[in-house]
Design a binder for this molecule. Structure first.
Ligand code: FAD
Length: 421
């Protein structure tokens, strides 16, 4: 059993999991968070149905982490989707696999899971220090916090930083840690929006009529820089200035990078997947009589609402009368994505502490005794439960190692303790 002290800074899923395993290893664990309660982003994640993990095969699962599939795959080899489901069950929350393969708690909510988790952590002896904003280290290597009415300093044998990325800062993760680590030589990739929407620049008329409406089913097709043609079906939502939602998020990393490289990215929408252009043109060429164009499209092509609105947005008055032109546009409506929405609106962020600056136990090579976990590390993944799974898995690795680090340092195996920073 460990007898050391571990400070966990950040009470999101990564930090809470680090606290759980460090405490289970016997360490004295104190958890600090700048907000008044832990897990605020986790709670919000439960609003539209908490997608805890995904049921797909391990190889497909780790492929979701793109360039970081090997590194994140190593975390998930120790704590993957089944382990997440077992862990939730241990907190009295059963899960189910949805039709898309995504895994949710049976009541879809995050609150019961979070409540039970924090209760269990407190009962196990983890100390919670809310409204403690970490400010860095003092000259002696003590951790500095601002708390209501006072600045506090404390030492710990090991520290786990689980401070989150840069999205939705109102939920705690405001990336205030970036300069603190940078000035200590930690290599950090710039934070960027991930699982984000994009600006398109709708006309005021289209935006006022259709913002908030889902487009489904729809296929997005675009040609990546390496010549690959990406074609994916799903659904997205029209926003006041552009597009967001699951299909956009799934492609957002590549689209974002393409915009960075080329200034904008051109995609095509197939608004009538499963129907060919010729048949659509034939159907639309039937006599219209006295019916309006919109009614004609609805009857003969099943196109209505926001999809009809997109045709009006893109085609001239003359083209709207041409069945061949309308059919071709329904099958390949051009859309130019101008820019990603700002990071504070994104579901998650890319960038963060680079893997090259971390050892296999997620300890910062530049700061012995200081470990990182969760979204603050430089990986990204689409929505689908991949974010939470990797946060939890990395929290376990960092928490275990932090508990063991104090012992290593005390017995002289470690090179330096956190006090010597
Ligand atoms: C709307 C929304 C829906 C989502 N839905 C899902 C979903 O269904 N499935 C999924 O897998 N993922 C989802 N996510 C993403 C997921 O919630 C995050 O990836 C995850 O919460 C990140 O965990 P983390 O512990 O790394 O960081 P966070 O959860 O961001 O926690 C970081 C903590 O650090 C604290 N902190 C930051 N700086 C300081 C400081 N200086 N001092 C002290 N404390 C500090 C913050 O207050 C915060 O509590 C969603 C995100 C959003 C915004």
């Amino acid at each position: 059993m460990s007898t050391n002290s571990v400070a966990i800074i950040g009470g999101g899923p990564a930090g809470l999991m680090a606290a759980e395993v460090a405490r289970a290893a016997g360490a004295d664990v104190q958890l600090y968070d700048r907000l008044a309660s832990a897990g605020r982003k986790f709670l919000i994640a439960g609003k539209g149905g908490l997608n805890l993990t995904h049921s797909e095969h391990f190889d497909a699962f780790i492929a979701r982490y793109g360039a970081r599939r090997d590194e994140v795959g190593r975390w998930l080899a120790t704590f993957g989707a089944d382990a997440v489901r077992d862990w939730a069950r241990g907190l009295g929350v059963e899960t189910f696999v949805g039709t898309s393969g995504r895994v949710f708690p049976v009541d879809l909510k995050a609150a019961p899971l979070l409540r039970g988790w924090v209760r269990r952590l407190r009962a196990s002896g983890v100390g919670f220090h809310m409204q403690h904003r970490w400010l860095g280290w003092n000259a002696d290597g003590a951790l500095r916090f601002s708390s209501p009415g006072a600045e506090r300093e404390m030492f710990a044998d090991a520290v786990v930083l689980a401070l989150g990325g840069g999205s939705w800062p109102v939920l705690g993760s405001d990336a205030g840690w970036l300069p603190m680590l940078r000035e200590r030589g930690v290599d950090i990739a710039p934070l960027q929006p991930a699982n984000c929407g994009f600006d398109v620049g709708w006309s005021a008329h289209f935006a006022s009529r259709h913002a908030g409406h889902p487009v489904k089913p729809v296929v997005i097709e675009w040609r990546a820089a390496d010549g690959r043609v990406v074609r994916q079906q799903g659904e997205f939502v029209i926003t006041a200035g552009g597009v967001e939602g699951s299909l956009i998020y799934a492609l957002s990393a590549e689209l974002r990078d393409a915009i960075t490289a080329h200034g904008s990215v051109a995609v095509h929408l197939d608004l009538a997947p499963g129907r060919d252009a010729q048949r659509l043109a034939n159907d639309l060429a039937r006599p219209r009589g006295s019916r309006s164009l919109t009614e004609h499209w609805r009857r003969h092509a099943g196109i209505e609402g926001v999809k009809a609105g997109l045709l009006y947005e893109k085609l001239s008055r003359d083209d709207l009368q041409d069945p061949v032109r309308v059919a071709a546009t329904l099958k390949a409506l051009p859309l130019t994505l101008l820019r990603a929405r700002p990071i504070d609106e994104a579901i998650s962020s890319a960038g963060g502490v680079r893997f090259e600056g971390l050892d296999a136990q997620l300890m910062l090579k530049k700061l012995p005794g200081v470990f990182c976990a969760g979204e603050m590390i430089d990986w990204e993944a689409p929505t689908g439960g991949y974010l939470l799974t990797a946060c939890l898995a990395s929290g376990r690795i960092a928490g275990h190692a932090a508990a063991a680090w104090g012992d290593r340092a005390k017995t002289g195996c470690g090179s330096e303790s956190n006090k010597a920073l």
